[in-house]
Design a binder for this molecule. Sequence first.
Ligand code: FAD
Ligand code: MG
Length: 307
Amino acid sequence: MNHDVIVVGGSYSGMAATLQLVRARRSVLVIDAGQRRNRFASHSHGFLGQDGVPPGEIAANARRQLEAYPTLTWLEGRVEAVAGQADEFTVTTADGESHLGRRILLATGVTDQLPAIDGLAQRWGKTVFHCPYCHGYELGQGRIGIVGASPMSIHQAELLTDWGDVTLLVNGALELNEEIRSTLERRGVVIDEARIDRIEGHADVTMVDGRRLSFAGLFVVTRTAPSSPLAETIGCALEETPMGIQIRTNAESKTSVPGVFACGDAARFPHSVSLAVGNGAMTGFHIHRSLLWPETIEPAQAESRAL
Ligand code: FAD
Ligand code: MG
């Protein structure tokens, strides 16, 4: 069967696009490897109507609702390759099966590259976070540590002052000139220059000089990379953002390859469930239009754009 659309990545953005397409009675094959970016967190915040709900529950509800539509096919697995061109793409999964589709949607998300600090990765999504809007409120205006990682950490430290008492842990990762220091100090940010040895307990940071600083929570700017090399291997142009690398798309979610669309964290920032869902829904409309009016398949100048 030649599906109208093959969606690679069945998380928030991919499912939001799929919902629009199956409601238009189009045949959609979703192939999903089940590695949602927020799987490390027990609760998801900031998504209207679902505030505080476990991320897996939001996804499971959405999938249940999608599966009520007869034109949906769902496969659990990983896509290894996409070949061909618009109207006749072939998608191959890790188990060697091939599927045909007229359009491809890459909703493959991103992966967070965490700094190599002993104890940090185990606390990712539990007491170490990156997004204040997602996890800042729950810290109850307590002490917050910013783990220095990139120039964006300075911005993160300033931002977090609305959520608690902020200490910027420079950890040898940042260069702070006098202007930056005085800006941070004006906002009440405490600057600690020492190196971090390890993180233990709830969010207790032991410095190499032996001091132990306890926090309600820690924040760190991660560098994000596409979760899948597919976009690159298909030949889609990528672009650099302050967060990392993303797939370049135009205002209609078209990549530089005709017939291949991209949405969600993989294609836009800032990153959140709400924004991934909004962008996914819009992408569903654009894919549907490209099926109805195939003459519009050529991507116009693929420029970056915000949602
Ligand atoms: P993802 O949810 O990352 O899903 C991508 C999907 O594609 C995955 O299922 C993956 O397995 C699949 N995939 C990738 N490659 C392939 C392939 N080759 N074949 C098949 N499948 C593939 N946002 C909020 O709004 N609120 C929060 O509270 C919140 N908390 C977060 C906590 C943490 C620790 C992190 C890291 C992020 C958090 N976020 C939160 C951000 C949120 O997780 C993302 O914005 C959101 O998941 C993006 O959705 P997406 O559909 O674009 O990608
Ligand atoms: Mg998705």
